[in-house]
Design a protein around this ligand. Structure first.
Ligand code: 8DG
Ligand code: MG
Ligand code: MG
Length: 149
């Protein structure tokens, strides 16, 4: 079997917070992750980020750019993803995420990098457990933080 490519998206607001969602119904159910999904055949990272955001939250996003990547071997579930992390901002009138796929996402929430760092530090307790790709940002890219400008 081969590794697949997942795209995770930091949607930054003016306060430097970004959207996190509690996953439902598939790998990492119950954990907190960035909105995102599979990179489709022939798709650019930027197009994938914008498509997933619209599909999952109803938000139109722009200024989409690459941040970093992690390598995520999920031995427990027999999956391997290379995650591409992208950053963007909301464009257009709609400014709050909507649950567009209720079977896949429990809730959306705005969080700061400090919030997520504290969830990570609290040892992956059940309420605030991070999806492995974002947990691996702390492990594999310790100097990373999403830019706020
Ligand atoms: P799709 O089939 O519609 O493209 O994907 P989806 O329905 O949105 O599924 P998903 O689980 O949200 O994303 C597909 C896979 O992408 C997921 O199982 C693992 C991988 N993935 C990463 N990093 C991230 C991330 O930060 N956020 C999300 N949502 N998925 C990620 O490797
Ligand atoms: Mg998704
Ligand atoms: Mg999706």
């Amino acid at each position: 079997m081969e590794a697949r490519v997942g795209v995770g998206v930091f949607v930054l607001n003016d306060e430097g917070k970004f959207i996190m969602g509690r996953r439902k119904g598939s790998v990492g159910a119950g954990t907190w992750a960035l909105p995102g999904g599979h990179l489709e055949f022939g798709e650019s990272f930027e197009a994938c980020a914008a498509r997933e955001l619209l599909e999952e939250t109803g938000l139109a996003v722009g200024d989409v750019h690459f941040l970093t990547a992690t390598n995520n071997v999920m031995e427990d579930v027999g999956k391997h993803y290379v995650t591409i992390f992208m950053q963007c901002r909301i464009i257009g009138e709609k400014t709050q995420p909507e649950i567009m796929e209720p079977d896949k996402c429990e809730e959306w929430e705005w969080a700061s990098w400090e919030d997520v760092r504290s969830w990570e530090a609290s040892g992956q307790d059940d309420e605030r457990k991070l999806f492995q790709p974002i947990h691996n940002l702390f492990v594999q890219r310790p100097l990373f933080r999403p830019a706020h400008n």
